[in-house]
Design a protein around this ligand. Structure first.
Ligand code: ZN
Length: 99
């Protein structure tokens, strides 16, 4: 099946990251960071059909990578847990560098 036109998936999802809720229309930076994720990764046979595509911010898309999940909800739990862990690492690095 042909790829949906650019922006179609983000419009359908109201430019909200389906994993963390980041609003892609809140700012230029958020808009620039808005990506489309293959929920079922291509490496596992995921297609470009719109049912397999979800709006994702770049951060969530990067954390998810090419992992395979049974449901959006399961994926969301994984990503939010990783984000919380990364937040702790980030705070430690920031404190070490900036005091
Ligand atoms: Zn996100």
């Amino acid at each position: 099946m042909a790829n949906p036109p650019i922006g179609t998936i983000q419009k359908r999802d109201n430019y909200l990251c389906q994993y963390c809720g980041k609003d892609g229309l809140e700012s230029l930076d958020n808009w620039h960071d808005s990506t489309v994720d293959h929920f079922r990764p291509r490496k596992y046979g995921g297609t470009d059909d719109s049912e397999n595509l979800v709006t994702s911010c770049g951060h969530c898309n990067s954390i998810k990578g090419d992992r395979l999940f049974g449901s959006i909800e399961e994926c969301k739990v994984y990503i939010l847990k990783r984000r919380a862990e990364l937040q702790i690492t980030f705070e430690a690095v920031k404190k070490a560098v900036r005091g």
